[in-house]
Ligand binder design. Structure first.
Ligand code: ADP
Ligand code: ASP
Ligand code: MG
Length: 405
């Protein structure tokens, strides 16, 4: 007998029909003699609707109330799944985050899980109850509802598996596993059988939304093997696990893209020590993370300072940056929402020169201009015009020999 944690995403829970399908899958694993904790997301589209409502009510929705609102989608789906299972004759019980409790910090809309109490869950499991837990949400030390960032149910599931020392952690989604790039964008994408935490961390942080980045951080920290697979078939998916010698020895293992960043440029900044900190500190104080940064070579004592922030923080970041720009006597602040970040990721890049050259030449051959670049040991990211996203992903996928063909 094993303890199995399964997570079902929004598409898998997208209709009553699909929730019934999930209930059947859960029942099958339970009938095989396993203890089960099932984490679910809101039905697809529901969280987006709630976010849109918040933005209709206010330009800067109150952060505490925002989390109360967006956490609501999961309350619906846990109840529906528990009802289905009960109607099928199983013992099942739904739980919201605060009822477990899943304790987080108070960083609303991007809270971090600090502790999960397993007491109630153990008691339920002992009497054969299937636990249905709301993903994406928790509660802070004040008792306020918090959410973990978009896609956060993945993190709820992996954290739950770590807390319960589960034997199996399965993330059921609408694709067969982790692919060399988004299979919905590139039909030549190939399923990866096993991928290291390090590579998956990069892919997730660079836009591959198949797993939320924090879920991979948790998995790595607590050594949880995560099996990403489809809720629509029985195929084996992808194992996200510790790096080992049996992993494919490839230079580049995947291509990711993100369209949810915005470029902000502070033009004609007086070029003197401390300027970067002056521009960026107010943003970090507001809990806005800055991603790519470029500072031009200075001309006549002035420079341009450009960076990207998440689209979700755009309005706030712009307001803050305009204020800073005025205080440091910069000429103006320009923005560009039509950008996209395309990245190549691979452990093999650690020991190979020339990967960047191949990437840049491939893009140049298609006439794609590179606006910003950033690199680490195992990834290279470029910012390009958003209209080239698909083309860039496809040609890079080909250039690095990733196609399934
Ligand atoms: P869920 O609702 O189950 O959490 P998501 O929509 O969050 O599902 O994540 C699954 C989606 O991730 C897929 O439909 C696919 O379009 C996208 N995706 C992006 N990059 C990849 C990749 N490298 N491998 C697999 N899926 C990817
Ligand atoms: N329902 C949440 C979202 O749409 C959490 C998740 O799906 O993982 O972001
Ligand atoms: Mg998701």
């Amino acid at each position: 007998m094993a303890l199995v944690v399964q997570k079902y995403g929004g598409t898998s829970m997208g209709s009553v029909e699909r929730i019934r399908n999930v209930a059947k899958r859960v029942a099958k694993t339970y009938d095989a003699g396993n203890d089960m904790v099932v984490v679910v997301s809101a039905m697809s589209g529901e969280t987006n609707k709630l976010v849109a409502l918040a933005n209709e009510v206010s330009e800067f929705p109150d952060s505490r109330e925002y989390d109360v609102l967006v956490a609501a989608g999961e309350q619906v789906s846990i109840a529906l799944l528990a009802m289905c299972l009960k109607a099928m004759g199983y013992k099942a019980k739904s739980y919201l985050g605060f009822q477990i409790p899943i304790i987080t910090d108070s960083a609303y809309s991007k809270a971090r899980i600090e502790e999960i109490s397993d007491e109630k869950m153990r008691a339920d499991l002992k009497d054969g109850t299937i636990l249905i837990v709301a993903g994406f949400q928790g509660v802070d030390s004040q008792g306020s509802i918090t959410t973990l960032g978009r896609g956060g149910s993945d993190t709820s599931a992996v954290a739950m598996a770590a807390a319960l020392k589960a034997d199996v952690c399965e993330i059921y989604t609408d694709v067969d596993g982790v692919y060399t790039t988004d299979p919905n964008l590139c039909k030549d994408a190939r399923k990866i059988e096993r991928i290291s935490y390090e590579e998956m961390l990069e892919l997730a942080s660079l836009g591959a939304k198949v797993l939320q980045i924090r879920s991979v951080e948790f998995a790595k920290k607590y050594n949880v093997d995560v099996h990403v697979r489809s809720s629509f078939n029985e195929n084996l998916g992808t194992m996200v696990t510790k790096e080992d010698n049996e992993m494919e020895a490839v230079l580049v293992s995947g291509i990711a893209y993100a369209k949810d960043e915005v470029k902000i440029a502070v033009m004609q900044v007086p070029d003197k020590p401390g300027i970067a900190a002056q521009i960026l500190s107010p943003l970090s104080d507001a809990n806005i993370s800055v991603d790519m940064i470029v500072q031009n070579v200075s001309e006549a004592g002035f420079t341009d300072f450009t960076f990207t922030v998440p689209m979700a923080d755009f309005k706030k970041a712009l307001a803050i940056t305009k204020e800073t720009a005025e205080s440091i006597a910069a000429k103006e602040v320009l923005t560009d929402e039509n950008i996209s970040k395309v990245s190549i990721v691979g452990l093999g890049m650690r020991s190979h020169a020339g990967v960047a050259t191949t990437m840049f030449k491939t893009l140049a051959a298609e006439g794609i201009n590179i606006q910003m670049i950033s690199t680490s040991e195992i990834k290279i990211s470029v910012v390009v015009d958003a209209k080239y996203t698909e083309l860039a992903v496809r040609v890079l996928h080909d250039a690095f020999g990733l196609s399934g063909k």
